[in-house]
Write a protein that binds this ligand. Structure first.
Ligand SMILES: Nc1ncnc2c1ncn2[C@@H]1O[C@H](COP(=O)(O)OP(=O)(O)OP(=O)(O)O)[C@@H](O)[C@H]1O
Ligand SMILES: [Mg+2]
Length: 220
């Protein structure tokens, strides 16, 4: 599901704009990613809109397994990071190198929040995999900005009720999602410069305005 969604020629951005969209299921990530893409397309930039797990043919196949087949937590973590490696090499790094904006629906923070805090998988081991998989020539690759859509688990569940059939993660109970939220909070406190918390309990237009303020604050 990786697509450069506007036509050539593009103006190279000159700055790295790798933006991840994070938050629990139903928090509002998909609702806002297109508008953010259009904002930069209007400015003449190439925008690559992608997602994790996934973003390449191989990673999308791994996604199907992770979302729908029962497996032990280490297998799950390894598949997610394998998908991430392929995604970085095939899509994200080449896009950033040519000056494109990359908008990614979930990235590594989701692995820490879901597999780590949600499922209780070893955070130290996830950090090892993070270093292995995201190490590049100029250091550890992370998003330049992470928009964290923060919403109480009960509200998100309510919003999702009519949206679609639940997958393996969405069938988890509210306590699971509460732990995932705490995982995002821990990641955001560890890297406050990278994270922007978006209060997703507000109406869609107000959430969009918060996002615009965050982008404007960065001069983007
Ligand atoms: N601010 C809002 N107020 C009310 N409803 C909203 C708001 N933002 C999104 N929604 C609705 O909530 C539902 C979930 O939103 P969305 O699909 O964007 O969440 P998501 O974070 O992408 O979830 P997932 O991780 O499951 O893909 C959708 O039906 C959407 O229309
Ligand atoms: Mg979504």
């Amino acid at each position: 599901m990786s697509d450069a969604t506007n036509g050539a020629p593009h103006r190279a951005s000159g700055v790295s704009r790798f933006v991840s969209f994070e938050g629990i299921d139903g928090a509002g990530k998909s609702t806002h990613i297109d508008a953010v893409a259009q904002r930069w397309q209007r400015a003449g930039l190439e925008v690559v809109r992608t997602r994790e797990p996934g973003g390449t043919p191989l990673a999308e196949r791994l996604r199907e397994m992770v979302l729908h087949e029962p497996m032990d937590p280490l297998t799950e973590a390894l598949l997610i990071f394998a998908a991430r490696r392929d995604h970085l090499q095939q899509v994200i790094e080449p896009a950033l190198a040519r000056g494109a904006v990359v908008l990614c629906d979930r990235f590594t923070d989701a692995t820490f929040a879901y597999q780590g805090h949600g499922r209780g998988f070893d955070l130290g081991l996830l950090a090892v995999l993070e270093r292995w998989v995201q190490q590049g020539p100029s250091g550890l690759r992370q998003p330049d900005l992470t928009l964290w859509f923060d919403l109480p688990a009960a509200v998100a569940a309510q919003r999702l009720v009519q949206a679609r059939a639940p997958d393996r993660f969405e069938r988890q109970d509210e306590a699971f999602f509460q732990r995932v939220i705490e995982g995002y909070r821990a990641r955001s406190e560890a890297e406050p410069a990278r994270f922007a918390r978006i209060d997703s309990s507000q109406p869609v237009e107000a959430v969009a305005a918060q996002i615009e303020r965050v982008l404007a604050q960065r001069g983007w």
